[in-house]
Design a protein around this ligand. Structure first.
Ligand code: PLP
Length: 406
């Protein structure tokens, strides 16, 4: 078990109260995580003591800044079981995915297939729709079963011989489903397709090793992994094979008045002065996660999710979207409550100091599939405790009395 009260002491936000002196019950880490002091300090100390443009100046500060920035890259690489030169710092997972989707423009031909799934976040759907439109490729997708799992029954009919890339979420940000990658990667390999993994909801919550997964690209955001906003990661097995996406300083090897050549990856993909303080903050965040231990964090979330799902299942009128068993599942739980709009429920819970998310969670096609406009989502992390789950469950019971029994 995690020592949550010790962990909470590392997160200054839990020192404050919300809504007239109530304890903050933060169940919205799927949208963004809170930050420990070590991350806030790493970012602000960079500005206090080391601030200079990396890879440029001939002075001590520039040297120190470069060393800290490149050290952050090594931390990310080690965290993912990758090599440093396979790590690109972007501004977000959204940018990481767009980078790959743009870079593949010249490689994708009319009649090629791009495969996604019905449970994708817009960030891992819209860039592929646009790539298909630009290239004349065909967009295909895995459907989602009523239980909230990918329907892999017809995997050969979805990942066909003409498939060029499969872009898939590792863990759904709405359903909590963890997708079984082995089967998908095997099929993709058999037809010579690449695989991009949207790991926004997995990298912060469980141990992810890119070599073991066998994928080609992986994207995640710093801010959902205890890190700062404004920094994301793209890992690629063979980044050198992609053309650059943004052009400018730092990414060049040589420039004449009419042409330019590119620096090797990852520099080729990091045009301009990069997000140095944020990358260094992300390094501190991943160090923090490693220190607590990803296996313990995952087990903790599963334990809390199990209690939450059992409690929700006992409330009349609750509909849970996503798997109710704990097999291949994470700590994201979405639900609706008969007779109460999710936004009303969200507002009521907020009045009790409970922060949840309501809406379509940037996965509109999935909401449509389940025939709902919106759901309420509770997403758990290492700083949540059993009392947070209890507070949510009794908050929902109180909301029922407030809205339905007046
Ligand atoms: C949050 C999220 C994204 C987008 O991340 P940004 O930080 O907004 O770029 C993509 N996919 C999933 C599954 C997410 O949860």
């Amino acid at each position: 078990m995690l020592d949550v009260s010790a962990i909470k002491k590392d997160f200054p936000i839990f020192d404050r109260t919300v809504r007239d002196g109530q304890r903050l019950i933060y169940l919205d880490s799927g949208a963004t995580s809170q930050k420990p002091n070590s991350v806030i300090d790493a970012e602000s100390n960079f500005y206090r003591f080391n601030n200079a443009a990396v890879h440029r100046g001939a002075h001590q500060l520039a040297e120190e800044a470069t060393e800290n920035f490149e050290n952050a890259r090594s931390i990310v690489a080690e965290f993912l079981g990758a090599k440093s030169d396979e790590i690109v710092f972007t501004k977000s997972a959204t940018e990481s995915i767009n980078l790959v989707a743009y870079a593949l423009t010249e490689k994708i031909k009319p009649g090629d297939r791009i495969v996604v799934s019905e449970m994708e976040h817009h960030a891992n759907l819209v860039p592929w729709q646009q790539l298909a439109k630009r290239t004349g490729a065909e967009l295909a997708w895995f459907e989602v079963t009523p239980e909230g799992r990918l329907d892999l029954n017809n995997i050969e009919k979805v990942i066909t011989a003409n498939t060029a890339i499969v872009a898939l979420t590792h863990q759904s940000n709405v359903l909590g489903t963890i997708n079984p990658l082995e089967q998908i990667v095997k099929r993709a390999e058999a037809v010579g397709a690449q695989v991009l993994l949207d790991a926004c909801q997995s990298v912060p919550h469980m141990s992810v090793d890119v070599r073991k997964l066998g994928v080609d690209y992986l994207a995640f955001s710093g801010h959902k992994a205890l890190g700062p906003t404004g920094v994301g990661v793209l890992w690629g097995k063979n980044l050198e094979s992609l053309p650059p996406f943004l052009f400018g300083g730092s990414m060049i090897e040589n420039v004449t008045m009419t042409d330019a050549t590119w620096a090797p990856a990852p520099k080729k993909f990091e045009a301009g002065v990069p997000n140095m303080a944020q990358a260094i903050g992300l390094g501190a965040a991943l160090n923090y996660l490693s220190k607590v231990g990803l296996a313990s964090i995952h087990a903790h979330e599963i334990y809390l999710a199990k209690v939450l799902i059992a409690g929700l299942s006992d409330i009349k009128g609750i509909n849970i979207f996503g798997p109710k068993d704990m097999e291949l599942r994470g700590g994201v739980v979405s639900f609706t409550l008969d007779g109460i709009h999710p936004h009303d429920l969200g507002q009521y819970l907020d009045s009790k100091g409970i922060a949840v998310r309501t809406g379509h969670h940037c996965a509109w096609p999935l909401a449509r599939k389940f025939k709902v406009q919106a759901t309420t989502r509770a997403s758990l992390y290492l700083y949540n405790e059993l009392s947070d789950v209890d507070a949510l469950l009794s908050g929902i019971q109180d909301a029922k009395k407030f809205f339905l029994e007046r």
